[in-house]
Design a protein around this ligand. Structure first.
Ligand SMILES: *Cc1c(COP(=O)(O)O)cnc(C)c1O
Length: 529
Protein backbone atom coordinates (compact mmCIF):
# COMPACT_ATOMS: atom_id res chain seq x y z
CA UNK A 1 0.00 0.00 0.00
CA UNK A 2 1.06 3.68 -0.24
CA UNK A 3 3.39 4.90 2.48
CA UNK A 4 5.21 8.18 3.11
CA UNK A 5 8.88 8.30 3.79
CA UNK A 6 10.46 11.32 5.46
CA UNK A 7 11.49 12.69 2.08
CA UNK A 8 7.88 12.95 0.94
CA UNK A 9 6.91 14.70 4.16
CA UNK A 10 9.80 17.13 3.80
CA UNK A 11 8.90 18.11 0.25
CA UNK A 12 5.24 18.52 1.28
CA UNK A 13 6.42 20.91 3.97
CA UNK A 14 8.48 22.86 1.44
CA UNK A 15 5.46 23.28 -0.81
CA UNK A 16 3.44 24.46 2.14
CA UNK A 17 6.14 26.96 3.14
CA UNK A 18 6.31 28.35 -0.39
CA UNK A 19 2.56 28.84 -0.48
CA UNK A 20 2.61 30.76 2.80
CA UNK A 21 5.40 32.98 1.53
CA UNK A 22 3.42 33.63 -1.61
CA UNK A 23 0.42 34.83 0.37
CA UNK A 24 2.59 37.03 2.61
CA UNK A 25 4.10 38.63 -0.50
CA UNK A 26 0.64 39.18 -1.94
CA UNK A 27 -0.60 40.79 1.27
CA UNK A 28 2.46 43.05 1.37
CA UNK A 29 1.83 44.25 -2.17
CA UNK A 30 -1.86 44.80 -1.47
CA UNK A 31 -1.24 46.89 1.67
CA UNK A 32 1.47 48.95 -0.05
CA UNK A 33 -0.75 49.64 -3.03
CA UNK A 34 -3.54 50.76 -0.69
CA UNK A 35 -1.17 53.14 1.08
CA UNK A 36 0.45 54.40 -2.13
CA UNK A 37 -1.32 57.75 -2.27
CA UNK A 38 -1.32 58.41 1.47
CA UNK A 39 0.87 60.75 3.47
CA UNK A 40 2.66 59.28 6.52
CA UNK A 41 0.40 61.17 9.01
CA UNK A 42 -2.63 59.62 7.38
CA UNK A 43 -1.19 56.13 7.83
CA UNK A 44 -0.32 56.87 11.46
CA UNK A 45 -3.76 58.34 12.19
CA UNK A 46 -5.60 55.44 10.55
CA UNK A 47 -3.50 52.91 12.50
CA UNK A 48 -4.10 54.73 15.76
CA UNK A 49 -7.85 55.06 15.22
CA UNK A 50 -8.35 51.48 14.12
CA UNK A 51 -6.36 50.23 17.13
CA UNK A 52 -8.49 52.31 19.49
CA UNK A 53 -11.59 51.10 17.64
CA UNK A 54 -10.55 47.47 18.05
CA UNK A 55 -9.91 47.94 21.77
CA UNK A 56 -13.31 49.60 22.17
CA UNK A 57 -15.04 46.84 20.19
CA UNK A 58 -13.42 44.15 22.32
CA UNK A 59 -14.53 45.96 25.47
CA UNK A 60 -18.03 46.27 24.06
CA UNK A 61 -18.37 42.66 22.98
CA UNK A 62 -16.72 40.92 25.91
CA UNK A 63 -18.27 42.04 29.17
CA UNK A 64 -19.30 40.04 32.21
CA UNK A 65 -22.89 40.37 30.97
CA UNK A 66 -23.39 38.75 27.57
CA UNK A 67 -24.10 40.89 24.50
CA UNK A 68 -27.53 39.30 23.94
CA UNK A 69 -28.58 40.00 27.49
CA UNK A 70 -27.43 43.64 27.18
CA UNK A 71 -29.20 44.09 23.85
CA UNK A 72 -32.38 42.63 25.36
CA UNK A 73 -32.18 44.98 28.33
CA UNK A 74 -31.70 47.99 26.07
CA UNK A 75 -34.62 46.87 23.92
CA UNK A 76 -36.98 46.64 26.90
CA UNK A 77 -35.71 49.95 28.25
CA UNK A 78 -36.69 51.59 24.99
CA UNK A 79 -40.11 49.90 24.99
CA UNK A 80 -40.79 51.26 28.44
CA UNK A 81 -40.03 54.77 27.20
CA UNK A 82 -42.77 54.56 24.49
CA UNK A 83 -45.57 56.83 25.84
CA UNK A 84 -48.72 54.66 26.00
CA UNK A 85 -47.11 51.25 26.26
CA UNK A 86 -44.65 52.38 28.91
CA UNK A 87 -47.43 53.80 31.09
CA UNK A 88 -49.49 50.61 30.75
CA UNK A 89 -46.56 48.49 31.81
CA UNK A 90 -45.84 50.78 34.74
CA UNK A 91 -49.49 50.50 35.84
CA UNK A 92 -49.36 46.73 35.74
CA UNK A 93 -46.12 46.79 37.67
CA UNK A 94 -47.56 49.07 40.34
CA UNK A 95 -50.56 46.81 40.63
CA UNK A 96 -48.28 43.81 41.17
CA UNK A 97 -46.34 45.74 43.80
CA UNK A 98 -49.54 46.77 45.59
CA UNK A 99 -50.81 43.20 45.46
CA UNK A 100 -47.58 42.05 47.00
CA UNK A 101 -47.61 44.52 49.84
CA UNK A 102 -51.22 43.44 50.49
CA UNK A 103 -50.18 39.82 50.74
CA UNK A 104 -47.14 40.36 52.89
CA UNK A 105 -47.65 43.42 55.01
CA UNK A 106 -51.32 43.50 55.93
CA UNK A 107 -51.95 43.83 59.65
CA UNK A 108 -54.90 42.63 61.66
CA UNK A 109 -57.72 45.04 62.60
CA UNK A 110 -56.48 47.68 65.02
CA UNK A 111 -52.78 46.87 64.73
CA UNK A 112 -50.17 49.51 63.97
CA UNK A 113 -46.42 49.75 63.53
CA UNK A 114 -44.03 50.84 66.26
CA UNK A 115 -41.81 53.53 64.79
CA UNK A 116 -40.13 55.02 67.83
CA UNK A 117 -38.49 53.52 70.88
CA UNK A 118 -40.94 53.35 73.74
CA UNK A 119 -40.05 56.19 76.12
CA UNK A 120 -40.35 53.80 79.05
CA UNK A 121 -39.17 50.23 78.63
CA UNK A 122 -41.88 47.56 78.67
CA UNK A 123 -42.20 45.17 81.58
CA UNK A 124 -41.85 41.44 80.96
CA UNK A 125 -45.59 41.07 81.04
CA UNK A 126 -46.25 43.95 78.64
CA UNK A 127 -43.60 42.59 76.33
CA UNK A 128 -45.07 39.10 76.19
CA UNK A 129 -48.56 40.50 75.64
CA UNK A 130 -47.13 42.33 72.62
CA UNK A 131 -45.39 39.20 71.39
CA UNK A 132 -48.68 37.26 71.47
CA UNK A 133 -50.09 39.97 69.21
CA UNK A 134 -47.26 39.49 66.71
CA UNK A 135 -47.79 35.74 66.80
CA UNK A 136 -51.40 36.12 65.67
CA UNK A 137 -50.14 37.46 62.33
CA UNK A 138 -49.09 34.00 61.18
CA UNK A 139 -51.74 32.10 59.28
CA UNK A 140 -49.66 29.13 58.19
CA UNK A 141 -49.60 26.15 60.53
CA UNK A 142 -46.06 24.95 59.82
CA UNK A 143 -45.86 23.02 63.08
CA UNK A 144 -48.56 20.66 61.81
CA UNK A 145 -46.59 19.95 58.63
CA UNK A 146 -48.49 22.39 56.38
CA UNK A 147 -45.51 23.77 54.43
CA UNK A 148 -42.84 22.31 52.18
CA UNK A 149 -39.37 22.52 53.76
CA UNK A 150 -38.78 25.82 55.62
CA UNK A 151 -38.98 24.38 59.15
CA UNK A 152 -37.15 21.10 59.45
CA UNK A 153 -38.35 20.10 62.89
CA UNK A 154 -39.23 22.36 65.81
CA UNK A 155 -39.93 19.51 68.24
CA UNK A 156 -40.94 21.01 71.58
CA UNK A 157 -38.41 19.18 73.76
CA UNK A 158 -35.60 20.02 71.38
CA UNK A 159 -36.73 23.66 71.35
CA UNK A 160 -36.67 23.80 75.17
CA UNK A 161 -33.17 22.38 75.20
CA UNK A 162 -31.92 24.82 72.56
CA UNK A 163 -33.40 27.84 74.28
CA UNK A 164 -31.62 26.86 77.52
CA UNK A 165 -28.31 26.28 75.76
CA UNK A 166 -28.66 29.59 73.87
CA UNK A 167 -29.29 31.32 77.19
CA UNK A 168 -26.03 29.97 78.60
CA UNK A 169 -24.05 31.37 75.67
CA UNK A 170 -26.15 34.40 74.68
CA UNK A 171 -23.28 36.86 75.27
CA UNK A 172 -20.50 34.75 73.84
CA UNK A 173 -18.66 35.58 70.61
CA UNK A 174 -16.13 33.31 68.91
CA UNK A 175 -14.29 36.45 67.73
CA UNK A 176 -12.83 36.42 71.25
CA UNK A 177 -11.66 32.85 71.83
CA UNK A 178 -9.68 33.97 74.87
CA UNK A 179 -12.89 35.11 76.55
CA UNK A 180 -15.09 32.27 75.27
CA UNK A 181 -12.92 29.14 75.01
CA UNK A 182 -15.96 26.90 75.40
CA UNK A 183 -17.59 28.20 72.24
CA UNK A 184 -14.30 27.85 70.37
CA UNK A 185 -14.18 24.19 71.39
CA UNK A 186 -17.79 23.68 70.35
CA UNK A 187 -17.27 25.19 66.88
CA UNK A 188 -14.15 23.08 66.35
CA UNK A 189 -16.10 19.98 67.37
CA UNK A 190 -19.07 20.75 65.11
CA UNK A 191 -16.63 21.01 62.19
CA UNK A 192 -14.76 17.84 63.19
CA UNK A 193 -17.93 15.77 63.66
CA UNK A 194 -19.24 16.97 60.29
CA UNK A 195 -15.91 16.15 58.61
CA UNK A 196 -16.23 12.64 59.98
CA UNK A 197 -19.80 12.31 58.68
CA UNK A 198 -18.57 13.22 55.18
CA UNK A 199 -15.60 10.85 55.44
CA UNK A 200 -12.94 13.57 55.46
CA UNK A 201 -9.33 12.48 55.93
CA UNK A 202 -6.97 13.68 58.67
CA UNK A 203 -6.33 16.93 56.74
CA UNK A 204 -10.01 17.73 56.27
CA UNK A 205 -11.19 20.90 57.97
CA UNK A 206 -13.78 23.67 57.73
CA UNK A 207 -15.63 26.44 59.52
CA UNK A 208 -19.11 27.05 60.88
CA UNK A 209 -21.00 29.78 59.00
CA UNK A 210 -24.33 31.56 59.35
CA UNK A 211 -26.10 29.43 56.74
CA UNK A 212 -25.87 27.62 53.43
CA UNK A 213 -25.44 30.81 51.46
CA UNK A 214 -22.42 31.88 53.49
CA UNK A 215 -20.92 28.39 53.22
CA UNK A 216 -21.23 28.58 49.43
CA UNK A 217 -19.94 32.16 49.30
CA UNK A 218 -16.89 31.10 51.30
CA UNK A 219 -16.01 28.16 49.04
CA UNK A 220 -16.36 30.38 45.95
CA UNK A 221 -14.25 33.10 47.57
CA UNK A 222 -11.53 30.59 48.43
CA UNK A 223 -11.40 29.22 44.88
CA UNK A 224 -11.51 32.72 43.37
CA UNK A 225 -8.45 33.72 45.37
CA UNK A 226 -6.74 30.48 44.35
CA UNK A 227 -7.53 31.23 40.72
CA UNK A 228 -6.18 34.77 41.05
CA UNK A 229 -2.97 33.35 42.47
CA UNK A 230 -2.69 31.07 39.44
CA UNK A 231 -2.93 34.16 37.21
CA UNK A 232 -6.59 33.76 36.19
CA UNK A 233 -7.98 37.28 35.80
CA UNK A 234 -11.64 36.36 35.24
CA UNK A 235 -12.37 33.23 37.31
CA UNK A 236 -15.37 31.15 36.26
CA UNK A 237 -17.68 28.90 38.26
CA UNK A 238 -19.00 25.96 36.24
CA UNK A 239 -22.24 24.73 37.79
CA UNK A 240 -25.44 22.89 36.80
CA UNK A 241 -28.34 25.19 35.93
CA UNK A 242 -30.18 23.57 38.87
CA UNK A 243 -27.64 24.85 41.37
CA UNK A 244 -28.76 27.10 44.24
CA UNK A 245 -28.98 30.86 43.59
CA UNK A 246 -26.30 31.37 46.25
CA UNK A 247 -23.78 30.65 43.45
CA UNK A 248 -25.23 33.55 41.43
CA UNK A 249 -24.81 35.62 44.55
CA UNK A 250 -21.20 34.50 44.97
CA UNK A 251 -20.44 35.32 41.33
CA UNK A 252 -22.07 38.73 41.81
CA UNK A 253 -20.25 39.53 45.05
CA UNK A 254 -16.83 38.22 44.09
CA UNK A 255 -16.57 39.32 40.45
CA UNK A 256 -16.71 35.78 39.05
CA UNK A 257 -18.60 34.47 36.05
CA UNK A 258 -21.14 31.70 36.60
CA UNK A 259 -21.46 29.33 33.66
CA UNK A 260 -24.70 27.34 33.86
CA UNK A 261 -24.58 23.80 32.44
CA UNK A 262 -27.85 22.25 31.20
CA UNK A 263 -29.32 19.09 32.71
CA UNK A 264 -29.87 15.74 31.09
CA UNK A 265 -33.61 15.97 30.32
CA UNK A 266 -34.34 12.41 31.43
CA UNK A 267 -32.44 12.21 34.69
CA UNK A 268 -32.39 15.94 35.59
CA UNK A 269 -28.73 15.44 36.54
CA UNK A 270 -26.09 17.77 35.11
CA UNK A 271 -24.88 16.92 31.59
CA UNK A 272 -21.27 15.91 32.34
CA UNK A 273 -20.16 16.15 28.71
CA UNK A 274 -21.42 19.73 28.48
CA UNK A 275 -19.61 20.44 31.72
CA UNK A 276 -16.35 19.12 30.26
CA UNK A 277 -16.75 21.30 27.18
CA UNK A 278 -17.22 24.40 29.36
CA UNK A 279 -13.89 23.90 31.15
CA UNK A 280 -11.33 26.51 30.09
CA UNK A 281 -8.20 28.25 31.33
CA UNK A 282 -10.51 30.51 33.36
CA UNK A 283 -12.26 27.73 35.28
CA UNK A 284 -11.89 28.32 39.03
CA UNK A 285 -14.21 25.57 40.27
CA UNK A 286 -16.75 22.88 39.38
CA UNK A 287 -19.99 22.41 41.31
CA UNK A 288 -22.51 19.62 41.89
CA UNK A 289 -25.50 19.52 44.23
CA UNK A 290 -26.24 16.58 46.46
CA UNK A 291 -29.16 16.96 46.04
CA UNK A 292 -30.27 20.13 44.25
CA UNK A 293 -33.06 22.36 45.52
CA UNK A 294 -35.40 22.61 42.48
CA UNK A 295 -35.99 18.88 41.96
CA UNK A 296 -34.21 17.10 44.81
CA UNK A 297 -31.95 15.13 42.45
CA UNK A 298 -28.34 14.08 43.19
CA UNK A 299 -25.87 15.24 40.52
CA UNK A 300 -23.31 12.70 39.20
CA UNK A 301 -20.58 13.56 41.72
CA UNK A 302 -18.34 10.62 40.78
CA UNK A 303 -18.19 11.55 37.07
CA UNK A 304 -17.67 15.25 37.68
CA UNK A 305 -14.95 14.40 40.21
CA UNK A 306 -13.09 12.62 37.39
CA UNK A 307 -13.08 15.89 35.42
CA UNK A 308 -11.88 17.75 38.50
CA UNK A 309 -8.95 15.36 38.90
CA UNK A 310 -8.10 15.28 35.19
CA UNK A 311 -8.03 19.07 34.79
CA UNK A 312 -6.83 19.77 38.35
CA UNK A 313 -9.77 22.02 39.24
CA UNK A 314 -11.30 22.42 42.73
CA UNK A 315 -14.71 20.74 43.05
CA UNK A 316 -17.46 21.83 45.45
CA UNK A 317 -20.37 19.57 46.40
CA UNK A 318 -23.35 21.59 47.66
CA UNK A 319 -25.04 19.35 50.20
CA UNK A 320 -26.66 22.30 52.00
CA UNK A 321 -30.17 20.96 51.69
CA UNK A 322 -29.77 17.24 52.20
CA UNK A 323 -26.30 16.94 53.71
CA UNK A 324 -27.55 15.78 57.09
CA UNK A 325 -29.89 13.26 55.45
CA UNK A 326 -27.60 11.69 52.84
CA UNK A 327 -24.81 10.95 55.31
CA UNK A 328 -27.26 8.80 57.27
CA UNK A 329 -29.04 7.18 54.31
CA UNK A 330 -26.90 4.06 54.25
CA UNK A 331 -27.35 3.39 57.98
CA UNK A 332 -31.08 4.08 57.53
CA UNK A 333 -31.18 1.35 54.91
CA UNK A 334 -31.24 3.36 51.67
CA UNK A 335 -28.47 2.92 49.13
CA UNK A 336 -26.68 5.95 47.64
CA UNK A 337 -23.62 6.36 45.43
CA UNK A 338 -20.68 8.05 47.21
CA UNK A 339 -20.92 11.85 47.13
CA UNK A 340 -18.40 13.00 49.78
CA UNK A 341 -14.64 13.04 50.46
CA UNK A 342 -14.50 9.32 49.65
CA UNK A 343 -14.71 10.48 46.03
CA UNK A 344 -11.26 11.59 44.86
CA UNK A 345 -11.51 15.11 43.44
CA UNK A 346 -14.12 16.47 45.86
CA UNK A 347 -12.31 19.38 47.55
CA UNK A 348 -15.14 21.02 49.48
CA UNK A 349 -18.66 20.38 50.77
CA UNK A 350 -21.34 22.64 52.24
CA UNK A 351 -23.94 21.14 54.60
CA UNK A 352 -26.58 23.00 56.57
CA UNK A 353 -26.91 22.12 60.22
CA UNK A 354 -29.96 24.40 60.24
CA UNK A 355 -31.84 22.20 57.77
CA UNK A 356 -31.80 18.43 58.34
CA UNK A 357 -29.20 18.91 61.07
CA UNK A 358 -32.22 20.22 63.06
CA UNK A 359 -30.20 23.05 64.65
CA UNK A 360 -31.89 26.46 64.91
CA UNK A 361 -31.56 28.87 61.96
CA UNK A 362 -28.23 30.58 61.56
CA UNK A 363 -25.75 27.73 61.21
CA UNK A 364 -24.12 25.71 58.44
CA UNK A 365 -20.74 24.08 57.85
CA UNK A 366 -18.31 24.46 54.96
CA UNK A 367 -15.72 21.68 54.74
CA UNK A 368 -12.48 21.29 52.78
CA UNK A 369 -10.52 18.16 52.00
CA UNK A 370 -7.28 19.98 52.87
CA UNK A 371 -6.20 22.93 55.01
CA UNK A 372 -4.60 24.69 52.03
CA UNK A 373 -8.07 25.45 50.65
CA UNK A 374 -9.35 26.88 53.92
CA UNK A 375 -6.50 29.39 54.04
CA UNK A 376 -7.91 31.03 50.91
CA UNK A 377 -11.21 31.51 52.74
CA UNK A 378 -9.69 33.43 55.65
CA UNK A 379 -9.43 37.19 55.79
CA UNK A 380 -6.52 38.93 57.51
CA UNK A 381 -5.95 42.68 57.89
CA UNK A 382 -2.46 42.75 59.38
CA UNK A 383 -2.22 46.53 59.65
CA UNK A 384 -5.54 47.47 61.21
CA UNK A 385 -5.22 50.20 63.84
CA UNK A 386 -7.32 48.16 66.22
CA UNK A 387 -4.83 45.27 66.09
CA UNK A 388 -4.10 42.38 63.73
CA UNK A 389 -7.55 41.38 62.51
CA UNK A 390 -8.14 37.82 61.34
CA UNK A 391 -11.55 36.27 60.75
CA UNK A 392 -12.49 32.93 59.18
CA UNK A 393 -15.67 33.94 57.31
CA UNK A 394 -17.91 36.88 56.31
CA UNK A 395 -18.92 38.09 59.75
CA UNK A 396 -16.75 39.70 62.39
CA UNK A 397 -18.56 39.07 65.64
CA UNK A 398 -20.60 35.90 65.53
CA UNK A 399 -23.40 34.54 67.73
CA UNK A 400 -21.77 32.05 70.10
CA UNK A 401 -25.25 31.11 71.33
CA UNK A 402 -26.20 29.80 67.89
CA UNK A 403 -23.01 27.74 67.65
CA UNK A 404 -23.66 26.32 71.11
CA UNK A 405 -27.25 25.46 70.15
CA UNK A 406 -26.02 23.80 66.96
CA UNK A 407 -23.45 21.79 68.91
CA UNK A 408 -26.10 20.82 71.47
CA UNK A 409 -28.48 19.64 68.73
CA UNK A 410 -25.86 17.37 67.20
CA UNK A 411 -24.84 15.99 70.58
CA UNK A 412 -28.47 15.46 71.58
CA UNK A 413 -29.51 13.79 68.33
CA UNK A 414 -26.49 11.51 68.11
CA UNK A 415 -26.02 9.11 65.22
CA UNK A 416 -29.01 7.03 66.30
CA UNK A 417 -31.32 10.06 66.41
CA UNK A 418 -30.28 11.22 62.94
CA UNK A 419 -30.57 7.75 61.42
CA UNK A 420 -34.09 7.38 62.83
CA UNK A 421 -35.10 10.84 61.61
CA UNK A 422 -33.68 10.05 58.16
CA UNK A 423 -35.64 6.80 58.04
CA UNK A 424 -38.88 8.63 58.87
CA UNK A 425 -38.30 11.47 56.42
CA UNK A 426 -37.39 9.21 53.50
CA UNK A 427 -40.26 6.81 54.21
CA UNK A 428 -42.73 9.71 54.34
CA UNK A 429 -41.30 11.19 51.14
CA UNK A 430 -41.84 7.87 49.38
CA UNK A 431 -45.41 7.75 50.70
CA UNK A 432 -46.08 11.14 49.06
CA UNK A 433 -44.72 10.17 45.69
CA UNK A 434 -48.01 10.92 43.93
CA UNK A 435 -46.02 12.82 41.33
CA UNK A 436 -45.54 15.76 43.68
CA UNK A 437 -42.27 16.61 45.18
CA UNK A 438 -42.34 18.54 48.21
CA UNK A 439 -39.53 19.04 50.65
CA UNK A 440 -40.43 16.53 53.38
CA UNK A 441 -39.23 17.40 56.89
CA UNK A 442 -39.68 15.80 60.32
CA UNK A 443 -42.93 17.78 60.65
CA UNK A 444 -44.47 15.73 57.85
CA UNK A 445 -43.62 12.45 59.55
CA UNK A 446 -46.28 13.12 62.21
CA UNK A 447 -49.20 10.69 61.96
CA UNK A 448 -51.76 11.57 59.30
CA UNK A 449 -49.88 14.50 57.72
CA UNK A 450 -48.87 12.66 54.55
CA UNK A 451 -52.37 11.22 54.10
CA UNK A 452 -53.98 14.64 54.67
CA UNK A 453 -51.58 16.26 52.19
CA UNK A 454 -52.41 13.75 49.47
CA UNK A 455 -56.15 14.13 49.97
CA UNK A 456 -55.85 17.95 50.09
CA UNK A 457 -53.90 17.98 46.84
CA UNK A 458 -56.51 15.74 45.20
CA UNK A 459 -59.33 17.99 46.38
CA UNK A 460 -57.62 21.24 45.34
CA UNK A 461 -56.64 19.87 41.94
CA UNK A 462 -60.25 18.85 41.37
CA UNK A 463 -61.39 22.39 42.23
CA UNK A 464 -58.82 23.91 39.90
CA UNK A 465 -59.72 21.52 37.08
CA UNK A 466 -63.39 22.51 37.32
CA UNK A 467 -62.43 26.10 36.62
CA UNK A 468 -58.94 26.09 35.12
CA UNK A 469 -59.19 29.63 33.73
CA UNK A 470 -59.99 31.27 37.05
CA UNK A 471 -57.65 34.15 37.90
CA UNK A 472 -55.08 33.66 40.61
CA UNK A 473 -54.41 36.58 42.93
CA UNK A 474 -51.76 37.67 45.42
CA UNK A 475 -48.31 36.11 45.52
CA UNK A 476 -49.39 33.14 43.44
CA UNK A 477 -50.40 35.48 40.63
CA UNK A 478 -47.15 37.42 40.89
CA UNK A 479 -45.13 34.21 40.71
CA UNK A 480 -47.09 33.07 37.69
CA UNK A 481 -46.79 36.41 35.97
CA UNK A 482 -43.07 36.62 36.70
CA UNK A 483 -42.54 33.29 34.94
CA UNK A 484 -44.00 34.63 31.71
CA UNK A 485 -42.35 38.06 31.55
CA UNK A 486 -39.59 38.20 28.93
CA UNK A 487 -38.18 41.41 30.42
CA UNK A 488 -36.24 39.99 33.38
CA UNK A 489 -35.30 43.47 34.59
CA UNK A 490 -38.98 43.94 35.41
CA UNK A 491 -38.92 40.76 37.46
CA UNK A 492 -35.90 42.18 39.26
CA UNK A 493 -37.86 45.39 39.87
CA UNK A 494 -40.81 43.49 41.36
CA UNK A 495 -38.41 41.46 43.50
CA UNK A 496 -36.78 44.62 44.78
CA UNK A 497 -40.28 45.82 45.63
CA UNK A 498 -40.76 42.56 47.52
CA UNK A 499 -37.62 43.13 49.58
CA UNK A 500 -38.64 46.75 50.26
CA UNK A 501 -41.98 45.37 51.47
CA UNK A 502 -40.23 43.34 54.13
CA UNK A 503 -39.02 46.54 55.77
CA UNK A 504 -42.31 48.35 55.38
CA UNK A 505 -43.81 50.05 58.43
CA UNK A 506 -46.70 51.56 56.47
CA UNK A 507 -50.15 49.99 56.39
CA UNK A 508 -51.00 49.32 52.71
CA UNK A 509 -53.59 51.76 51.34
CA UNK A 510 -55.95 49.46 49.46
CA UNK A 511 -57.53 46.60 51.36
CA UNK A 512 -58.24 43.47 49.37
CA UNK A 513 -60.16 40.39 50.43
CA UNK A 514 -58.63 37.62 48.42
CA UNK A 515 -54.98 37.84 49.31
CA UNK A 516 -55.05 35.39 52.15
CA UNK A 517 -54.88 32.15 50.21
CA UNK A 518 -51.53 32.93 48.70
CA UNK A 519 -49.69 34.05 51.74
CA UNK A 520 -47.26 31.17 51.99
CA UNK A 521 -45.78 31.35 48.52
CA UNK A 522 -42.96 33.58 49.59
CA UNK A 523 -40.96 33.87 52.75
CA UNK A 524 -38.17 36.22 53.75
CA UNK A 525 -35.90 34.75 51.11
CA UNK A 526 -38.57 34.80 48.42
CA UNK A 527 -38.55 31.00 48.41
CA UNK A 528 -40.48 28.72 50.73
CA UNK A 529 -38.45 25.62 51.43
C1 LIG B 1 -30.98 25.99 51.30
C2 LIG B 1 -29.98 25.73 50.29
C3 LIG B 1 -28.85 26.57 50.14
C4 LIG B 1 -28.70 27.89 50.85
O1 LIG B 1 -28.85 27.82 52.18
P1 LIG B 1 -29.39 29.00 53.12
O2 LIG B 1 -29.21 28.38 54.44
O3 LIG B 1 -30.80 29.29 52.77
O4 LIG B 1 -28.51 30.18 52.94
C5 LIG B 1 -27.90 26.18 49.23
N1 LIG B 1 -28.02 25.09 48.48
C6 LIG B 1 -29.10 24.28 48.57
C7 LIG B 1 -29.19 23.06 47.70
C8 LIG B 1 -30.11 24.59 49.47
O5 LIG B 1 -31.21 23.83 49.54
Amino acid sequence: GPSFDTGTIRSALEVYKEMVLLYVEEARRFVNSQCAGLEPWQIIATTLLSTLGAVWLKGFLFQPESLTSRVKKQFFKIIRKIPFIGATIQNQLNKALDDMSMSLCTLKEGMSYTKLLPAQGLTHKQLFDKIREYETLSEVDWAKGKVSGAVYWGDEKLTDLLVKVYGEFAWSNPLHPDLFPGVRKMEAEVVRMTCALFNGGPDSCGTVTSGGTESILMACKAYRDMAHERGIKHPEIIAPVSVHAAFDKAAHYFGMKLIHIPLDKKTMKVDVKAMRRAISRNTAMLVCSAPHFPHGIMDPVIEVAKLAVKYNIPFHVDACLGGFLIVFMEKAGFKLDPFDFRVKGVTSISADTHKYGYAPKGSSVVLYSDKKFRHYQYFVAPNWQGGIYASPSMAGSRPGGIIAACWATMMHMGEKGYVEATKKVVETARKIKAGIHICVTMLHTQPGVAEQFISDVKREVAIIMKNPKEKTTGMGAIYGMAQSIPDRSMVAEVSQGFLDCLYSTEVPKIQSKHHKNHKNHLNGNSKAH
